[in-house]
Design a protein around this ligand. Structure first.
Ligand SMILES: Cc1ncc(COP(=O)(O)O)c(C=O)c1O
Length: 375
């Protein structure tokens, strides 16, 4: 694989050392071209484009996402954000007999908030002892026959730790609960086979490792769970008789479109499809190998420089996120940005996330800058 050619696809590298894919994937020339194509179609055809092109593009995106995670297209629904995608699943659960929802304290907060606002749901937030990971036993111990769902991340956003979603799914199924996974920090960089894992619902989006930008999320719902899940928030895109325009007649789609609500942001749909095309062209396995290599390189350089990391040491347990604890990470982010090195921070940690388009030289520049700053 000629990784230099891929780097050329992302113009941000002309000016910076971009190491922040876990906040936002870099913009590619292809995604920019897809935006232009969408605008050209809008300009040329107006609303006619819905029928001639755009409905097909929605379907195309569902199919691409299905391919990335090993699903079937009819198991995929579109949403404008992970929060909305989660809300619609949360609205489909019955909390009367099963009020408990098991979550972890390392999940992205929007996950837990879905249930914070539900009076009839009771959150059980499983703690982490090291701030990096949560032992799978903790979910197994917390889930019981009053549990509606076990909901957690495939990869934690503040540590990069990978969770065993097949094992967590088993823990949920053992007590008759649903297994719901937030895979926003995993999809694209981590090989995923939703059918093999047994997970019931998996949610992800374009923003990060799928290179597709803002405003689009995707939801997988396992085929044999679809019919029993009847979301209590909906819209005309969730109605199988959508184009009858009949306010009296609502019936859920039989497939995962039943979770969709209103008109899609088509610029985002185009961007996401173009981003996913890059991921599919390279292949997730190859991306994982490259990202692991770069992650290891960064960890080695930090260790050699005497710096700590707050991410799993074992490369197999760590996705492309490396956390570096420090007193004032916000000021480090600004200093580094002045040097053209773009990273982020969460809590008390600097967050660097090398992806396939990065190089060992990017890592070296980051570590040198941190060293001379006295991090
Ligand atoms: C793991 C994870 N889940 C969810 C979100 C946010 O989702 P959304 O803003 O699409 O609701 C983020 C960050 O942007 C995240 O890192």
């Amino acid at each position: 694989m000629d990784w230099t050619a891929w780097r050329d696809e992302f113009p941000i590298f002309r000016r910076t050392r971009y190491l922040n894919t876990c906040s936002l994937g870099a913009l590619s020339r292809r995604v920019r071209a897809a935006q232009t194509r969408f605008l050209d179609e809008w300009e040329q055809h107006g609303a006619t484009a819905w029928y001639s092109t755009w409905m097909g593009e929605l379907d195309g995106l569902r199919g691409r996402f299905a391919q990335v995670i090993g699903a079937d297209k009819d198991e995929i629904g579109l949403a404008p954000s992970v929060s909305v995608a989660l809300s619609s699943v949360a609205s489909a659960l019955d909390y009367a007999a099963r009020p408990k929802v098991i979550l972890s304290e390392l999940d992205f907060p929007t996950v837990s908030y879905q249930w914070a606002v539900k009076a009839d749901a009771q959150r059980v937030i499983v703690p982490s002892t090291d701030g990096i990971s949560v032992p799978p036993e903790a979910y197994e111990a917390a889930a019981d026959d009053r549990t509606a769902a076990v909901v957690t991340s495939h990869v934690f956003f503040t540590s990069g730790a990978i969770q065993d979603i097949a094992r967590i799914t088993k823990a949920a199924h053992r007590v008759g609960a649903l297994a719901i996974v937030d895979a926003y920090q995993a999809t694209g960089q981590l090989p995923t086979d939703v059918h093999a894992s047994g997970v019931d619902v998996l949610i992800s989006g374009g923003l990060k490792w799928l290179l597709g930008g803002t405003g689009i999320a995707l939801k997988y719902v396992r085929k044999d769970r679809l019919r029993e899940l009847r979301p209590a928030i909906t819209g005309w895109f969730g109605n199988r008789f959508q184009f009858d325009f009949d306010p009296r007649r609502f019936e859920y789609w039989d497939d995962a479109r039943r979770f969709e609500l209103g008109t899609t942001a088509n610029a985002a749909v185009y961007a996401c499809s173009a981003g996913i095309d890059i991921v599919l062209e390279i292949g997730v396995e190859r991306i994982r190998a490259r990202t692991m290599e770069l992650g290891n390189d960064l960890v080695d350089r930090l260790t050699d420089a005497g710096m700590e990391i707050r991410s799993p040491r074992d490369p197999k347990s760590r996705a492309g996120i490396v956390m570096i604890p420090m007193k004032d990470p916000a000021s480090a982010v600004h200093t580094l940005a002045d040097l053209g090195i773009l990273v982020d921070y969460r809590h008390d940690r600097l967050r660097a996330s090398p992806y396939f388009y990065n190089t060992p030289e990017d890592n070296a520049a980051l570590v040198d800058a941190l060293r001379s700053r006295g991090a």
